[in-house]
Design a protein around this ligand. Structure first.
Ligand SMILES: Cc1cc2nc3c(=O)[nH]c(=O)nc-3n(C[C@H](O)[C@H](O)[C@H](O)COP(=O)(O)OP(=O)(O)OC[C@H]3O[C@@H](n4cnc5c(N)ncnc54)[C@H](O)[C@@H]3O)c2cc1C
Length: 384
């Protein structure tokens, strides 16, 4: 493997370039935007993702910047009564081999970009909207051995993969905002990741040490706006957000009514289709398999993809075989993760008798058993 072109400098593209450099392979990243800016939002990095960041030698630096929450808690959105919790800080390293962390996206991006800039085997070109492979070849002075589409859910590169999938609206929308700790209501717990759950909707809140703030994401059913990534939340969006949570606890409604600068995200997924042409092209991250954030695994899957791809294609197998092997293995894992997200959605958004049964089952389960259910997900060690 001599030349690799990566389209997109999101988490998939940046981690991919670092993973190839770790294998001694040079890569060129072509990014559409002129300035890389992450929107103001947080990210949960589960142990399967922090494991890869550790392998790339970045986890130590990030550990000074991220927070390792004590627990993941499920709380009623109507009453604020606790339903169940899983310890994370005290068990993540011993049980899953790596920490569970929350971090501001901009911080992760900054650290990845610093590493990319310091790596002589990587060159990053901004302001390069690659619509055709001719654009890539012209820049590189020839067709690369491998072209990686890491260009997100609205990938243009996907069109070069026969039988690839297409983004579909999931029926869900998200409102995201960050609230400084000093302005946050006291029910937000700075030590935990908390999912406030209710009929057809839930809210996830967690602390961002690097921003001195809480990240809050409110998810509910919503309408399809067409191809959109994110939008500033105008008054109509805000009133839709507050109406979706109208039956919720007063403190939550108050928080949503003064949420500072929320952004609105329609959630699209890519759940079918091929990722590779079986020759020299492959999709990774959201370009391959964008998913709803119900298991908080989209970026984690992008990180695993990028790391595993570099390992597989720099092995002894012919490139075509390696790409097909990668696609088969990763599709299996991603589909299991997607099912876990669908299960979380069912459990979080339950109402009526299903909700009562859920609360009963969760109260009766021992915390070790709840944690053991997640071993396959969080304990996964991406081979690289
Ligand atoms: C509300 C919400 C909450 C989430 N929370 C979590 C979480 O807690 N944990 C988690 O693991 N995941 C989470 N996710 C999912 C996660 O954000 C995504 O899965 C992840 O960012 C995907 O990374 P990516 O690099 O594949 O794509 P992107 O981040 O979309 O990056 C794609 C890059 O490609 C560039 N690009 C696009 N077109 C071109 C082109 N033609 N040429 C060149 N460059 C191009 C773009 O500018 C961009 O820089 C969440 C998602 C949402 C919506």
């Amino acid at each position: 493997m001599k030349s690799v072109a990566i389209l997109g400098a999101g988490v998939a593209g940046l981690v991919g370039a670092l993973a190839f450099a770790r294998k001694g392979v040079a890569s060129v990243i072509l990014e559409r935007t002129a300035t890389l800016q992450e929107v103001g939002a947080g990210l949960q990095l589960s142990p399967n993702a922090t494991y890869v960041l550790g392998k790339l030698g970045i986890a130590e630096q990030l550990a000074g910047l991220w927070r390792e929450p004590d627990n993941i808690c499920l709380v009623s959105g109507q009453t604020l009564a606790p339903i169940t919790s899983i310890a994370t800080k005290s068990i993540a390293r011993s049980r899953w081999g790596s920490p569970y962390a929350s971090i501001h996206r901009a911080t992760l991006q900054k650290v990845l970009l610093e590493r990319v800039a310091a790596e002589p085997l990587i060159s990053l070109h901004l302001d390069m909207d690659c619509k055709s492979e001719r654009d890539v070849a012209a820049l590189l002075g020839g067709k690369p051995d491998l072209t990686i589409g890491a260009d997100g859910v609205w990938s243009k590169f996907r069109q070069f993969i026969p039988q690839s999938g297409a983004p579909e609206f999931t029926g869900m929308v998200a409102w995201r905002f960050i609230i400084p700790e000093r302005d946050a209501p006291s029910f937000l717990n700075p030590r935990n990741i908390t999912a406030y759950v209710g009929a057809h909707a839930h809210i996830v809140a967690y602390p961002l040490k690097d921003a001195g703030a809480f990240n809050v994401v409110a998810l509910s059913t919503g309408n399809n706006p067409g191809e959109t990534w994110a939008a500033d939340c105008n008054p109509a969006f805000r009133s839709e957000m507050t109406s979706q949570f109208s039956g919720w606890h007063r403190d939550i409604r108050t928080l949503l009514s003064y949420a500072p600068k929320p952004t609105w995200w329609p959630l699209f997924g890519v759940s079918h289709g091929r990722w590779t042409d079986g020759s020299s092209r492959i999709l990774i991250g959201d370009a391959a398999h964008a998913m709803t954030p119900f298991a908080a695994q989209g970026a984690a899957m992008a990180i695993e993809d990028a790391f595993e791809l570099a390992g597989v294609v720099t092995g002894n197998a012919p490139l075509a075989d390696a790409l097909l092997f990668f696609e088969r293995n990763r599709q299996h894992r991603v589909s299991r993760v997607r099912s876990r997200g669908a299960f979380n959605k069912f459990a979080y958004h339950a109402r009526g008798p299903v909700r009562v049964a859920r609360d009963l089952v969760l109260k009766m389960r021992r915390p070790e058993n709840v944690a053991a259910d997640l071993d396959w997900l969080y304990g996964y060690k991406a081979p690289g």
